[in-house]
Design a protein around this ligand. Structure first.
Ligand SMILES: Nc1nc2c(ncn2[C@@H]2O[C@H](COP(=O)(O)OP(=O)(O)OP(=O)(O)O)[C@@H](O)[C@H]2O)c(=O)[nH]1
Ligand SMILES: [Mg+2]
Length: 486
């Protein structure tokens, strides 16, 4: 099918399309998305690395396994339910889920060694071809489990990386995901190589098992490793070049004095729906995790008509793989540099507090490393159409300062627009100007881009007092009767 499609090489310096799209787009057809499923995340250059290909996920019929170490039974259930949704988003059918209560995961086999045999029975009874573990496993744990279960074993990190690989569309998104995948692969290359070598040795049938175990296999891993390292540095260079372009665009917006609002939040909280509700953006909305990977920026207006930008971004999830946080850093940093953060929470989720916590943790980590202070945050509880009166009362109690909306029904959206406007940085220069009637366009511009405090029609023109941004203040200078920074 689409498995052979290879991601094309690019060099941002020679690709003018980067310059053209002033606002990135995230809107595209669902069909187009479906056509891109299962595209290998690794590009042409790595095509002959068999160990890597072996790892390209073909998740079809899966059994989920969790180790419950802390928290309540409800927490553990929620975590497994989320793993199931992730697995389904990646395109697999979940047959069964099992959880073991332990102080900590087993160092060798994740679940206890005795439980592995039980799990093996479950795998055989259900006819599963893959086991997905709810955590990040060491290469050794993965190998040992695979040996004993005789099916492919992957962890939560690999699953999330796979979903991102399927959903990445922009050049930057694809490069970011590939970088994260390669970083995840690097330390695991040897383990897999060994497994494969052993298999080859077995097939050769010789008592010494030498065929697959010697020379070529080892050196191949070394070559592969070097090639992956080269690829990683190349991706880093490309991403750095893209970042320069992104920052140029951003600084252009800053120079235009347009305040920026970033929409962030847990995956599937309704961030894209909210962007649509606030701006008629027509962005893709899907009942899937990580539907949005590429930031989409749209212009919006406050109720008084002041312009600002609204950016919809990639969602967060508990235990977001650090390789992805690393790879998506520049995208996420942009969120951290917004003038206002609209943090969307799914009010219909069983545990909205823990979603909020997970999102804040990732954001704090990014801002700490980039050294910028966190932007002001407005918490928005979405999907209140789906919670009922009792649920809504509970949410109001949990999040007393939040805005409560339904992106679907439009409930609370107008009030939200007002609150966003209130929290946005206000134009900071107060000017008084006498504008001759012949210059009506100047008065119109002040009405559009500034905040008119008073307006009087005198004999010699319109006497305006207004709060405006510095660029507009400059324009009004010739008419100024006084001008004081507030
Ligand atoms: N009942 C209800 N469902 C909603 C509302 N807003 C969004 N949804 C649904 O929630 C799902 C996710 O919506 P999206 O807007 O794609 O969420 P997102 O936060 O952008 O998700 P990702 O980009 O995947 O992280 C979709 O099935 C929406 O139809 C709402 O106000 N009420
Ligand atoms: Mg989205």
């Amino acid at each position: 099918m689409t498995e052979n499609i290879q991601s094309t090489e690019f060099d941002p310096e020679f690709d003018s399309s980067w310059e053209e799209e002033d606002f990135s787009t995230g809107d595209f057809e669902r069909a187009e998305r479906a056509a891109l499923r299962r595209v290998a995340g690794l590009s042409t250059e790595l095509e002959d690395i068999t160990e890597v290909e072996y790892r390209q996920l073909r998740l079809e019929r899966v059994v989920l396994v969790g180790v419950w170490t802390e928290g309540t039974a409800a927490d553990s259930d929620a975590s497994m339910a989320e793993l199931a949704r992730l697995a389904e988003t990646a395109g697999s059918e979940v047959l069964e889920g099992v959880v073991q209560r332990r102080d900590k995961p087993d160092a060798a086999t994740y679940i206890g060694s005795g439980k592995v045999s039980e799990l093996r029975d479950v795998v055989q009874a259900t006819g599963a071809d893959t086991v997905i573990c709810d955590g990040e496993l060491s290469p050794g744990q993965l190998r040992q489990l695979e040996e004993r279960l005789k099916v492919k074993v992957i962890d939560r990190t690999a699953l999330i990386l796979d979903i991102f690989a399927q959903h990445a569309r922009s050049k930057e998104g694809k490069a970011q995901v590939e970088l994260a995948q390669l970083q995840y692969l690097m330390p695991r290359l040897r383990g897999w190589g060994e497994t494969l070598s052993r298999q080859a040795g077995g097939r050769a049938g010789g008592g010494n098992g030498g065929v697959g175990l010697r020379g070529p296999g080892e050196t191949k891993i070394e070559t592969d490793r070097r090639r992956i390292r080269d690829r990683i540095s190349k991706l880093r260079r490309e991403l750095a070049a893209i970042k320069v372009i992104r920052e140029t665009k951003r600084s252009r917006r800053v120079a235009n004095e347009i305040p920026s609002v970033a929409i962030a939040g847990y995956t599937n909280a309704g961030k894209s729906s909210l962007l649509n509700a606030l701006t008629d953006a027509g962005v893709l909305v899907e009942d899937a995790l990580f539907a949005t990977l590429d930031p989409t920026t749209r212009r919006a207006l406050t109720p008084e008509g002041l312009p600002y930008t609204l950016t919809d971004t990639v969602g967060f999830v508990r235990h977001l793989p650090h390789q992805l946080v690393e790879a998506f850093r520049s995208t996420l940093e942009e969120v951290g540099q917004a003038d206002l953060l609209v943090h969307v929470v799914d009010g219909s989720d069983a545990m909205p507090e823990s979603q909020v916590k997970a999102v804040r943790e990732v954001l704090a980590e990014i801002n700490e490393e980039s050294g910028t202070p966190m932007p002001r945050e407005l918490l928005v509880v979405n999907k209140i159409d789906a919670v009922g009166d009792l649920g809504l009362a509970r949410l109001r109690h949990l999040f007393p300062d939040a805005s409560f909306v339904s992106a679907h029904s439009g409930l609370g959206i107008e009030e939200l627009k007002v609150r966003i406007a209130e929290l946005m940085p206000r134009p900071e220069v107060v000017v008084e100007a006498l504008v001759p009637y012949a210059r009506g366009e100047v008065v119109a511009r002040v009405h559009r881009d500034g905040e008119v405090l008073s307006e009087k029609h005198t004999e010699s023109g319109t006497l305006l007092s207004a709060r405006v941004r510095p660029d507009l203040a400059g324009l009004l200078e010739e008419f100024a009767t006084n001008g004081t920074p507030a």
